[in-house]
Design a protein around this ligand. Structure first.
Ligand SMILES: [Fe+2]
Length: 311
């Protein structure tokens, strides 16, 4: 696996602004995503997804023949835009036409797998510091858990990360390091790789899993604490979405997780307490055996979890 310590790129992106997915049915998507806790705006030919935390549009969902990533939009600082554009071209990024209906601002290009990407100057949506979860048990003599009826529903607060299948994980990691200035946090050589952004981000902002072909696996959504992760699992089961994986705790990234399978075989993850890499910090990147690093505790991984439903 490419090391993030060799021939580092001079500039780097800081955030994912949003991503656009195509799915076969906006009606089914509306049911699933409303149950997950998003605020949905029906904008005619697409759904705009927001969280209660801000007015930021995190996802655009459009109708298409099958589930697939339409594009991924990445944000950088203003002074870094032109150097980053040059860096992307130098690393082999191919300039591309903008996605239909998405405006023409920024620089559009394809990564080595043909994923359409947009680089633009934009808000730093990745966190600037580690947010500590509220402890469940507060003080002696006080009840730690709320009554069930009083528990608020699980609602995502912000995008944490995305994970895509790639047919060549070494090549993907090298491109995201050299073109976009991302840094490898941890991984299992040839199987999974987790990359963070250098200006302060979660342990992984973009991650890859080796597959036969490219494909969209999941997006992860930060929630307040592990209780909310569990409440999210129950909430989605009550809405009819029982397939997925969790509740558990990852080793690489340390987050508590619940993955919920959507009608097209992609996952939407409730995530809490993920590790944070401060700006400029040298995370001790490791190459870990998968059987020792996928999860610390949780149920067995369902056989379908690593299926690439876009193949
Ligand atoms: Fe994840």
């Amino acid at each position: 696996m490419t090391s993030s310590t060799t021939q580092r790129a001079a500039f780097g992106i800081h955030s994912i602004d949003h991503f656009a997915l195509e799915v076969p049915s906006l009606n089914e998507a509306t049911h699933f995503l409303t149950a997950f806790g998003f605020g949905l705006e029906n904008a005619g030919d697409q759904l705009l997804l927001r969280t209660p935390a801000s007015d930021h549009i995190w996802v655009r969902v459009r109708e298409g023949a099958r589930k697939r990533l339409a594009y991924l939009s990445l944000n950088c600082f203003a002074d870094d835009f032109e150097p980053l554009r040059a860096q992307i071209v130098q690393a082999g990024g191919r300039a591309a036409a903008p996605a239909v209906g998405s405006g023409t601002d920024g620089f559009w290009f394809e990564d080595p797998d043909g994923n359409l990407m947009q680089l633009r100057v934009g808000e730093k949506t990745s966190p600037g510091f580690k947010v500590w979860p509220q402890p469940a048990a507060r003080l002696a003599g006080l009840r730690g858990a709320s009554m069930r009826a009083d528990a608020p529903p699980a609602r995502p607060q912000r995008l944490s990360h995305v994970l895509m299948f790639t047919p060549d994980i070494e090549h993907a990691v090298a491109f995201y390091e050299q073109a976009l200035g991302m840094r490898l946090s941890d991984g299992s050589a040839g199987i999974v790789a987790f990359l963070h952004a250098r200006h302060g981000s979660d342990h992984h902002l973009i991650a890859f899993a080796q597959g036969e072909a490219k494909g969209w696996h999941h997006s992860a959504w930060d929630v307040a604490d592990v209780d909310t992760v569990g409440i999210g699992k129950m909430q989605m089961a009550q809405a009819g979405y029982v397939e997925g994986w969790g509740v558990g705790r990852h080793v690489l990234g340390s987050n508590y997780f619940q993955y919920v399978r959507d009608p097209w075989g992609a996952y939407w993850e409730y995530s809490a307490d993920i590790d944070f890499v401060p700006p400029g910090f040298e995370w001790p990147c490791g190459d870990h055996a998968p059987e020792n690093s996928l999860y610390l505790w949780g149920p067995d991984v369902p056989a379908y979890f690593f299926e690439n439903t876009e193949q």
